[in-house]
Design a protein around this ligand. Structure first.
Ligand code: RIB
Ligand code: CA
Length: 310
């Protein structure tokens, strides 16, 4: 059965790859793209989302501008990771798609009411828009089918602080609001996404993709690989967001475990740490499904196979 989806995103190189994957997947009915601050400013992310949607053949999908800053913290961007423009060395033609007149928050609220119990939200950036939508209209909580979040790290080092992953770091208060809301909450953390390293060898497998698609993926990931090499001594680049997108279509790519999860909001050194109660010592019911194992080869093959169809 098709998944009726709202994508909340901060494009962003790996966000861009997730958008290409979703566009290439007939199992997905993309109802809207809502844009948030994150990898760069919301306006640069918005410009990238418009260009990517046009490039990927997503004309007709509403693209809405969201939050320009987190709920409490000041803005964080990651232009050393994604480049000044947010797409690394890649360039795309100007988009013919116009920004939706509706805000991201109202887009989310209206679609959830239009399709009660049918909407999946895939959130691959900071959770500010989702938290604001829940705050503005709490009645959507019971009407959202599920939310899949790329973010957090459980037993894996953080990529922003020793304990904190980037999306969570940007807006930990928003993550806490969404985690506590009582949604059907699935987390795709660094524990699995950092096993999915896209390399030059994977780029070579795109030789028979549409030339513009190959060029975009090659130029965007080349910048991303240079970041991973310089800052994390990693060969390749972790394509975090496409994995979160892929499990909507092929859930068996990951092993989900039910956990009671919390986020630290006060720790001087540990703020943003996402923890799970592995041994159920707190005796609290699970509030999250967390992806802890991944079929790396199966995911990479799926990603490459699908983007070749664009
Ligand atoms: O930590 C990885 C996440 O932060 C990804 O969503 C990436 O796009 C950045 O937003
Ligand atoms: Ca992202």
């Amino acid at each position: 059965m098709a998944t009726r989806l709202i994508l909340d995103t901060d494009p962003g190189i790996d966000d861009a790859l997730a958008i290409l994957l979703l566009a290439a997947s007939p199992e997905i009915i993309l109802e809207a793209i809502t844009v948030t601050h994150g990898n760069t400013t919301v306006d640069k992310c918005l410009a990238n989302a418009l260009k990517l949607a046009d490039f990927a053949g997503l004309q007709g999908v509403p693209i809405a501008r969201g939050a320009s800053s987190p709920l409490v913290k000041s803005l964080t961007v990651a232009e050393e990771t994604h480049g000044d423009g947010g797409l690394g060395y890649a360039t795309l033609p100007d988009s013919k798609i116009l920004v939706s007149p509706k805000s991201a928050v109202d887009t989310i609220i209206d679609l959830v009411h239009q399709y009660p119990n049918e909407i999946t939200i895939l959130a691959i950036g900071p959770l500010t828009n989702i938290a604001l939508a829940i705050h503005k209209d709490p009645s959507i909580i019971k009407l959202i089918d599920r939310i899949v979040v790329m973010g957090g790290s459980i037993h894996f080092p953080g990529n922003m602080t020793p304990d904190c992953e980037y999306n969570v770091f940007c807006d930990p208060e928003a993550f806490d609001i969404v985690l506590r809301a009582g949604l059907d909450f699935t987390l795709v953390p660094l524990d699995v996404t950092y096993k999915c390293l896209f390399t030059k060898g994977h780029v070579a497998k795109l030789s028979d993709a549409r030339p513009a698609v190959k060029t975009f993926i090659e130029d965007s990931t080349r910048f991303y690989m240079e970041f991973h090499d310089e800052y994390q001594s990693i060969d390749g680049c972790a394509i975090n967001d496409p994995l979160a997108a892929a499990i909507l279509i092929k859930p068996d790519l990951v092993e989900l475990r039910d956990y009671y999860m919390t986020i630290e909001l006060k720790g001087e050194h540990t703020k943003g740490k996402t923890s799970v109660d592995h041994y159920k010592v707190l005796g609290k019911p699970a509030n999250a499904k967390v992806a802890m194992e991944v079929d790396v080869e199966g995911f990479m093959d799926f990603f490459i196979e699908r983007v070749k169809t664009l």
